[in-house]
Design a protein around this ligand. Structure first.
Ligand SMILES: Cc1cc2nc3c(=O)[nH]c(=O)nc-3n(C[C@H](O)[C@H](O)[C@H](O)COP(=O)(O)O)c2cc1C
Length: 167
């Protein structure tokens, strides 16, 4: 087990957080069903863990109002956003996090599938590991769908674009 020290690190945490923004990422929305309908959360902590078996992870802040819902869910979908879905990223970060029924493919309500993603991974919860102030959620991938398109990126607190490479 990793020894999690509670000693203050020898650097400024605000500067550290800012420095971490130097890692350019894509932007994802994770969705799940709740008693109140489909819910989403914007994350950029997504990464692939294992190809065989196919496992992925993302990290959930324990300060999020949506923590308890996503920490407990057994089925979720990870959507990699295209550049045109920047408003969707803002909305699932700071705005309305509930999906209206017409926003997802009702033929498969669980986990809710957003229609425009570059990549969608339907997952079942494989493991959950508390690490400091985040919960690492590992998903076993049950279904995959992907398409070509320009990706939304996040770098130093700003959105950008990673163009689809020319064939
Ligand atoms: C680009 C971007 C990436 C984010 N990545 C994560 C993440 O990986 N994990 C996480 O818990 N929150 C992440 N957030 C923050 C959440 O989307 C959300 O704002 C936060 O959980 C607060 O939600 P609350 O209003 O439910 O408390 C990210 C936000 C943005 C804009």
């Amino acid at each position: 087990m990793v020894n999690q020290t509670r000693n203050a690190p020898p650097f400024d945490l605000t500067e550290y957080r800012k420095a971490l923004g130097g890692f350019a990422t894509g932007v994802c929305v994770v969705t799940t069903q709740s008693e109140d309908g489909g819910m989403g959360i914007t994350v950029n902590s997504f990464t692939s863990v294992s190809l065989d078996p196919p496992l992925v992870l993302w990290c959930l802040d324990d300060k999020s109002d949506r923590h308890d819902l996503f920490a407990a869910t057994e089925r979720f979908a990870i959507h990699v956003l295209p550049v045109e879905d920047r408003e969707m990223s803002d909305r699932f970060a700071w705005g309305t996090c509930r999906l209206s029924p017409e926003e997802f493919d009702s033929s498969n309500p669980e986990p809710p599938r957003l229609r425009n993603a570059l990549l969608r991974l339907d997952c079942t919860a494989h493991d959950r590991v508390r690490m400091g102030d985040h919960l690492v959620i590992v998903g076993a991938v049950q279904a995959v769908e992907s398409r070509a398109g320009d990706a939304l990126t996040y770098f130093r607190g700003r959105y950008g674009v990673a163009p689809e490479p020319a064939a």
